[in-house]
Design a protein around this ligand. Structure first.
Ligand SMILES: O=C[C@H](O)COP(=O)(O)O
Length: 252
């Protein structure tokens, strides 16, 4: 039995007062929901402010962590610094990091290893561009992204207690969502990869869908057998919308 997980990725939005108000709005609406886990991932600078507002079952997440331990890495944040603030989850390999900051499988794997080492739960993002989907390369791209991390982590640790988020790049912030059937197809494929590479995790690892998930389409997506939750961008900036998605996950 996989507990549904709904994670809100606030991306680079909000000043400190906005972050606290949004966290309060989420806690107020989500705290009573049973049977789901909720994570909110504010920008780094808002982590301490938001940490003090959360209640049981609502965890703190970060949007990245460094690919090395503390030291000479200007502008980076080490995984143990995040753990020290009460962060439990960390998003890694988001397509915006891959696209705008050139993060590749090697750096993502190094970040993943750092996160596991600090006791954080990585949320590894994978997904194809529209061009890749149109060229029939969705499975190849997703497999390459997952295997690229597993190969570098080595068999001792593997993906550990992480989570995978399937986020088709063409659905992120575009209002264009993968259909429930498309999402389920890729999630089932990811489970096949896990079955081959990390058999112990194939049934237990949670697979999130991300890409224009909203209250209107959440129930349909979350009803799919291999969709165990969502990684929510735009809709996580509205406490009511985010709570409605959490409620759909709790009902499903
Ligand atoms: O991390 C979240 C994803 O990028 C999805 O963003 P979105 O819900 O705004 O499409």
């Amino acid at each position: 039995m996989r507990t549904p997980l709904i994670a809100g990725n606030w991306k680079m939005n909000g000043l400190s007062a906005d972050a606290v108000a949004l966290a309060d709005g989420v806690v107020q609406r989500v705290a009573g929901l049973d049977g789901i886990e909720t994570v909110i991932c504010p920008p780094f600078v808002h982590l301490p402010g938001v940490a003090g507002r959360l209640s049981d079952g609502i965890h703190l997440g970060a949007q990245n962590c460094a690919d090395a331990g503390q030291g000479a890495r200007t502008g980076e944040i080490a995984a143990d610094m995040l753990a020290d603030l009460g962060v439990r989850y960390v998003i890694l390999g988001h397509s915006e990091r891959r696209q705008f900051y050139g993060e590749d499988d090697a750096t993502i794997a190094a970040r993943y290893a750092q996160a596991l080492g600090a006791g954080l739960r990585p949320i590894l993002c994978v997904g194809e561009t529209l061009e890749e989907r149109d060229a029939g390369r969705t499975q190849a791209v997703v497999a390459e992204q997952i295997n690229g991390v597993i190969d570098r982590l080595g068999s001792d640790t593997g993906l550990g207690h992480g989570v995978i988020a399937y986020e088709p790049v063409w659905a992120i912030g575009t209002g264009r969502t993968a259909t429930a059937v498309q999402a389920q197809g890729v999630h089932a494929f990811i489970r096949e990869i896990l079955g081959e590479r990390q058999p112990g995790l194939a049934d237990t690892m949670r697979l999130l869908y991300g890409g224009s998930m909203k209250p209107a389409n959440a129930a349909d997506l979350l009803a799919q057998p291999d969709v165990d939750g969502g990684l929510i961008g735009g809709a996580s900036l509205d406490a009511e919308d985010f709570a409605a998605i959490c409620a759909a996950a709790a009902r499903g």
